[in-house]
Design a protein around this ligand. Structure first.
Ligand code: ATP
Ligand code: MG
Length: 452
């Protein structure tokens, strides 16, 4: 007996209603990115494993335990499904010498893969919108990226997402902090969990990022990186804060915000909500001034962030956003062989004029076709029978109210009227005049918001 195949755990199908909501979200995203001068880039979903080891860092959750890595059985290459986009984006910028004529603002959107325990807001294939500004050093770009997020929450009508920021300074500053951090944690080894003990001498900063609540008190008392920042780092961080104040974006400095990837320095930030349970970070990013050089490019400062689309959409829906039905302009019903050919031609003609036409396929009585027309949400039914075909014309029937008083005609009633030789509400329109007549009708039927 054959077993029914299922999607891989933690990797979700998006069925049409949900996929349409995603498209509505993506439209907002594209407009928003254009407003800030970001241009699209699309990278492959598979890269050399070495890229992520070098960029993200060996001692990080992602590289230690979350990557889908495999050997290509056909040629022995070590490959990885991308767990995030920054490494690939920087790799592409270096490979194609994108920075040769100055800084670039880039964005991408798509699936990322991490082998985590699937739960609400945490999947094995999830989706991010990411932006990367390459070649810009000032605090203005950090602040602009943060303000950008605030504007997106506003565009989407999202509330209750708060901003946390911190500065990771430069590598010498982190090195001094690291020495003190190791000394502090070494004095409390009994309180460290297995992960933390392992990381104590390889990547102690990562211990601050722990999700283990038993260690939160210990972490709260640890030396804070912000106290190790020199003049330049402080000036940059203050510059970011000043600009955020200038455009009234509230923030909180969280000294324990260190981010889970090694490439970050200077400004880091996260946008967090309490409304999604444990998976409350919807967007995270910061500066990574060393990465371009580290991956073999000419040194260039950089700053970027990534947001989790599933988490944002969950929030959007929790806060009342509903899928807006997507309906065709007209549903075309027909009966008879000649009528079927004529209907096919009518549909193509109208699509050529810019209309969305759902041509009925699969036969059936007029009554059942009219029911489908009604269910499609289309404001108009177009009807083609033998008479219409002979007259090179189409009968047009409004399926929604024509004015405030008019009752919405019922599919069955329409079918009946049709069988009884046309109703007065229905009009026959010559093929050549059809597009214009439809335009007039749709205009009359629309409400102020463009709905029917
Ligand atoms: P978390 O602390 O939740 O594991 P992270 O620090 O690993 O997040 P980043 O690498 O910064 O996450 O990715 C940016 C954003 O991508 C996150 O803030 C989140 O919204 C989203 N994200 C990360 N991992 C997942 C996942 N497994 N499923 C769904 N969304 C995710
Ligand atoms: Mg994670």
């Amino acid at each position: 007996m054959s077993q029914t195949l299922q999607a891989i755990r933690g990797m979700n199908d998006l069925l049409p209603i949900e996929a349409e909501l995603w498209e509505q979200f993506e439209e907002t995203i594209r407009d928003w990115l254009r407003a800030y001068g970001y241009r699209p880039i699309r990278m492959p979903m598979v890269e050399s494993t070495a890229l992520f080891h070098r960029a993200i860092g060996e001692v990080t959750d992602i590289v230690e335990k979350e990557m889908y890595s495999f050997t290509d059985a056909l040629n022995g290459e070590q490959l990885t499904l991308r767990p995030e986009g920054t490494a690939s984006c920087v790799r592409a910028a270096i490979q194609h010498n994108l920075l040769y004529d100055g800084p670039k603002r880039l964005w991408y959107m798509g699936p990322m893969f991490r082998h985590e325990r699937p739960q609400k807001g945490r999947y094995r294939q999830f989706h991010q919108v990411g932006i990367e500004a390459l070649g810009l050093a000032g605090p203005d770009i950090d602040a602009e990226q943060i303000a950008m997020c605030a504007r997106l929450w506003d565009d989407l009508g999202l509330e209750g997402i708060r901003l946390e920021i911190n500065s990771l300074g430069q590598s010498e500053e982190r090195a001094r902090h690291r020495t003190d951090l190791i000394a502090y944690f070494s004095a409390h080894t009994a309180l460290l969990d297995a992960d933390a003990q392992r990381r104590l001498h390889t990547n102690p900063l990562r211990i601050l990022d722990t999700k283990n609540s038993a260690m939160h008190d210990l972490v709260a008392g640890a030396p804070q990186l912000i106290n190790y920042l020199g003049e330049d780092s402080l000036k940059h961080f203050e510059g970011v804060q000043q600009l955020l104040k200038d455009v009234a974006v509230p923030y909180r400095i969280n000294p324990r915000l260190v981010r889970g990837l090694d490439y970050y320095n200077a400004t880091v930030f996260e946008w967090v909500t309490d409304q999604l349970g444990a998976q409350g970070t919807v967007c995270a990013g910061g500066r990574y001034d060393g990465l371009v050089a580290q991956l073999g490019g000419k040194p260039a400062p950089a700053c970027g962030f990534a947001m989790g689309i599933e988490r944002l959409l969950a929030l959007w829906q929790d806060q009342g956003r509903r899928h807006e039905p997507v309906a065709p302009d007209a549903y075309l019903v027909h009966q008879g062989e000649a009528a079927g050919r004529f209907a096919f031609r009518v549909a193509e003609h109208l699509r050529g004029q810019g209309y969305a036409i759902h041509l009925h396929c699969g036969g059936g009585s007029f009554k059942s076709q009219m029911k489908k027309a009604d269910a499609s949400g289309a404001p108009l039914a177009l009807i083609v029978g033998d008479d219409e075909t002979a007259a090179n014309a189409v009968s047009v029937k409004p399926l929604r109210r024509l004015d405030e008083e008019a009752e919405k005609p019922q599919a069955e009633q329409v079918a009946q009227e049709f069988e009884q030789e046309r109703s007065p509400v229905q009009m026959r329109v010559n093929f050549d005049e059809l597009a214009d007549r439809m335009s007039e009708l749709l205009f009359t039927m629309e409400d102020d918001n463009g709905n029917f």
